[in-house]
Ligand binder design. Sequence first.
Ligand SMILES: [Zn+2]
Length: 306
Amino acid sequence: MINTAPTDLDRVAGFTIPSRHARGRVARLGPVLDRILSAHAYPPVIEKLLAEALTLTALLGATLKGGQGQMTLQAQAPGAIVNLLVCDYKDGELRGYVQFDAERLSQLGKNPTLNALCAKGYLAVTFDQVTTKERYQGIVPLDARSIGAAAEQYFLQSEQIPSLIRLGTRRDAQGKLIAGGLFLQHLPEGEVGRERLHVRLDHPEWQHVEALATTMGADELADAGIPLENLVWRLFNEEPEVRLMGGTELTRGCRCDAAYISQVLAKFPAEERAEMADEDGVISVDCAFCSTKFPLKLTDFVSQPL
Ligand SMILES: [Zn+2]
């Protein structure tokens, strides 16, 4: 038998600190992250960026009402080194991919800022709530030092909620990437954020929990050996009460399917489909998220109604 130390991976857990009107989430990604990354051959800088974005997606997605709905994070920066990054969360399922210019990336240092990667870009955060059928979308510039800092701006500007986001990554002994994150928000009683007229960043109860949370280091966040609840305890053990809200298992999920892709292609005029096909009459479609290949024969479209 192999003796392995217990690990807490691929999970997001919630907590509240009632006396401070604060709520939070902690998340850590291990094998799920590895499965997502292994569908691509990204250089380390892009792997780290996507790992942080996926952790952020898990933290934000876990705040969906009733655990249902979808949360999408999309960074777009036309003409930049990273021109597109998309991640989404649905029922604990995560997926994500990045489009980038490998040539220009290789000319940057090992630790480029977000701004160097996504110059003049913006971040769109979308919550699709199933229970209320509402969609909230906010867009903020990607001029922050990190994707976590950009998301803090989103909550401040679009939702008027003071928020703190910490993200950290590290490689384990096998060289696999582990990512962890902490998300903390101030929601004074009776306020849900979206109806607020102004934000108070200098509220004493928020300043207190924010100061504690900023002491959380990347190494702790991404340490698979520390249970998520212990991270919360380390920060807030002097508070009169910290309520744990249980956790959600995270999985790698992709919703691509051959039937859907076939339906989309069927809507194109036959001549355009013919232009997409190779000399054997096969249109090759790759899922951007999971790299699954869907070869579709031109001859299979003949009988389909337009
Ligand atoms: Zn897919």
